[in-house]
Design a protein around this ligand. Structure first.
Ligand SMILES: [Zn+2]
Length: 327
């Protein structure tokens, strides 16, 4: 073990307990060499074996893909839970405290931002920088009613993962961090990162091609999750409820959206998987537009239109091609 190895902590009883859980999984995927190389048994500070805690699905998914099956990657936001208003319990905080690395996006989940204050910053990766959060929530087309809500969620639109290009930049940052923390496996992390980024590049090409020629470039969504996607592929997002799905639109905001739908001949209003469709239904009913589903991929459940990010994004693309009159 090189003396420069970072963040090695003394063995404590809980570490021994955790290692007992980790070792069989590690053996199963053939990281026996790493165990041997680390000498006298795994320790809590060993980056090759320490658990990684992620804040919500897109970060969990990228981290899993890059870390590989030998690493223990968990997520704070349970599948099917709406991530914006996540609460952090004592057990979650304990998990974060024990983790070798916590990966999150500052400004998206206030409870995570707060809990992070209690974690050693040397064991934290904030991906909001590489995510390049250039959109203001107010650019997403909703009114000032939800301004207070924006203050809770930081000043920028956090939904970077719905733009494959931004998601790829985040994946690269995660890969670089895993390699830096665990140089013995740097080549594997780099290869996994390249493979993940290649899949995102392919997805980007499919979106570019699929949304190149559409009769309707106005995108009317439930909550303002699709701003980066819209900007990437030449659509303009108009959201009914703003950046946070819980924000109730005012009567004036609903009227404004309804007017836009009628004026521009928008044929499709998109509801979402984790959000009650009542307001999207209201707008659709009052304008004669059709309801379709777009998934913001903030969590994956049985009702998602696919089992992972890539499947759901391709389902989103299909819905957009139909709803926006493309090709
Ligand atoms: Zn959201």
């Amino acid at each position: 073990m090189p003396p420069s190895r970072p963040r090695r902590r003394p063995l404590a009883p809980r570490v021994v307990l955790r290692s007992a859980l980790v070792v069989p999984a590690a053996l199963a995927v053939g990281t026996v060499l790493a165990l041997g190389a680390c000498g006298a048994g795994p320790s809590g500070g060993d980056p090759a074996h320490s658990p990684i805690v992620t804040s919500f699905y897109p970060i969990e998914f990228a981290t899993e893909q890059i870390a590989g099956p030998g690493r223990d990657v968990t997520v704070l936001t349970k599948p099917g839970a709406e991530p914006h208003d996540l609460e952090i319990g004592a057990q979650d905080l304990a998990r974060m405290t024990r983790a070798g690395l916590v990966v999150y996006a500052n400004g998206f989940q206030p409870a995570v931002d707060e809990a992070i204050q209690q974690i050693d910053e040397a064991r934290v990766l904030d991906i909001s920088g590489p995510a390049d959060l250039t959109l203001e929530p107010s650019e997403d087309g909703h009114d000032d009613e939800s301004a207070a809500d924006h203050a809770d969620h930081g000043t920028a639109d956090p939904h970077f993962w719905l733009d494959p290009v931004r998601y790829a930049a985040v994946a690269k940052a995660i890969g670089a961090r895993l390699a830096a923390d665990d140089p013995a496996h740097a080549a594997a992390y780099a290869a996994n990162t390249d493979a993940f980024v290649a899949r995102l590049t392919e997805l980007d090409t499919e979106f570019r091609t699929g949304l190149q020629q559409c009769t309707d470039r106005q995108l009317v969504t439930s909550h303002a999750a699709f701003g980066y996607l819209a900007a990437r592929y030449g659509l303009t997002q108009h959201s009914i409820s703003g950046i946070s799905p819980d924000a109730e639109p005012s009567a004036a905001a609903l009227k404004q959206i309804g007017d836009l739908v009628r004026r521009d001949g928008v044929t499709t209003i998109y509801q979402e998987t984790l959000v009650e469709p009542q307001f999207a239904e209201t707008v659709a009913r009052s304008t004669g537009a059709t309801l379709a589903t777009l998934d913001p991929i903030e969590g994956v459940t049985k009702s998602s239109a696919g089992s992972d990010y890539f499947e759901i994004m391709r389902s989103n693309l299909k819905a957009l091609e139909k709803g926006q009159g493309c090709r």
